[in-house]
Design a binder for this molecule. Structure first.
Ligand code: F6P
Length: 320
């Protein structure tokens, strides 16, 4: 293999830059040239691509976002879009492709591989941690830390005013961010799409807490489970508590990636290059019980990642 392409696609995730850096430097170390593809599949279709050097990835390991920019391309989902991208792959002499992104990006990568047989390796980069086959995805740890940081700040004002706060967090259809940030942030209740909830039970717990002297309550809601505003309105209606809602939004996805995300992304980016060199294709890389692994992209679409619901039980016990 003489030349590979790398792109980031879908929602950006802190740590993606560390993965790009690893792909570029591990490739060049092995005598492989790297073409950076801007704006994900959109740039691939348009031929917005450039040769990357060792220096082009200097000073990015600590930066959030992605230096290659990202997009959610509708055109790549079409046959014509993929055909245009393949023309550009040939024009730039690309013999392998590393796609850093979430499950939507992986779906496109697998279809592209099946159609054109261009070896593709997926690197899981999404704050949602919803990709089957890997314990973590790049950006999840930073996002959880961002949420916990916000909860810490909200606690100060919540205690002062003796208020109930509803904190809505991202995650699309997955409750992983809410679950882990809720546990780490000491939330009274965590509402996630994977488990049905009863608003009356949540209110009863809240009132029991007030009775035994709790000065504030934190309820973390995953965006895929319910609207934070709606939950806030109902809780106020049922309990009469002074209730405020904070929707954390995109601040969860920004900022300096944690050391974990940087280390993890570096290892995954390097593994993706190893797999291409070994002649592997149509695979994803991930981490299982501390071991960096490669597995078929197809598996991701045949299975659903399960949350450890024991964590929810624990969070509920610890916040009685
Ligand atoms: O997939 C990452 C994510 O941040 C989700 O948690 C969220 O639902 C979505 O992207 C938001 O997308 P956008 O940035 O396009 O609004």
């Amino acid at each position: 293999m003489k030349r590979i392409g790398v792109l980031t696609s879908g929602g950006d995730a802190p740590g993606m830059n560390s993965a790009i850096r690893a792909v570029v430097r591990k490739s060049i170390y092995n005598g492989i040239e790297v073409i950076g593809i801007n704006r994900g599949y959109s740039g691939f279709i348009e031929g917005d691509m450039w040769p990357m050097s060792l220096g082009s990835v200097a000073d990015i390991i600590h930066r959030g976002g992605t230096i290659l920019h990202t997009a959610r391309s509708k055109e790549f989902m079409t046959k014509e879009g993929k055909a245009k991208a393949y023309e550009n792959a040939k024009r730039f002499g690309i013999e392998g492709l590393v796609v850093i992104g979430g499950d939507g990006s992986f779906k496109g990568a697998l279809e592209f591989y099946k159609e054109y047989k261009l070896p593709v390796i997926g690197v899981p980069g999404t704050i949602d941690n919803d990709i089957y086959g890997t314990d973590y995805t790049i950006g999840f740890d930073t996002a959880v830390n961002n949420v916990v940081d916000a909860i810490n700040k909200i606690r100060d004002t919540a205690t002062s005013h003796e208020r109930t706060f509803i904190i809505e967090v991202m995650g699309r259809d997955c409750g992983a961010i809410a679950l882990m940030a809720g546990l780490a942030g000491g939330a009274e209740s965590i509402i996630i799409p994977e488990v049905p909830f009863d608003i009356n039970e949540i209110c009863e717990k809240l009132m029991r807490g007030v009775k035994r002297g709790k000065l504030h309550s934190m309820i973390v809601v995953a965006e895929g489970a319910a609207s934070g505003l709606e939950i806030g309105r109902k809780i106020k209606e049922i309990t009469g508590a002074d209730t405020k809602v904070t929707i954390l939004g995109h601040i969860q996805r920004g900022g300096i990636p944690t050391a974990f995300d940087r280390m993890f992304a570096a290892r995954l980016g390097a593994k993706a290059v190893d797999l291409l060199i070994a002649g592997e294709a149509g695979k994803a890389v991930g981490i299982r019980k501390e071991e960096i692994v490669g597995y078929d992209l197809q598996e991701i679409f045949e299975n659903k990642k399960q949350l450890d619901l024991g964590v929810l039980e624990l969070a509920n016990i610890l916040s009685i």
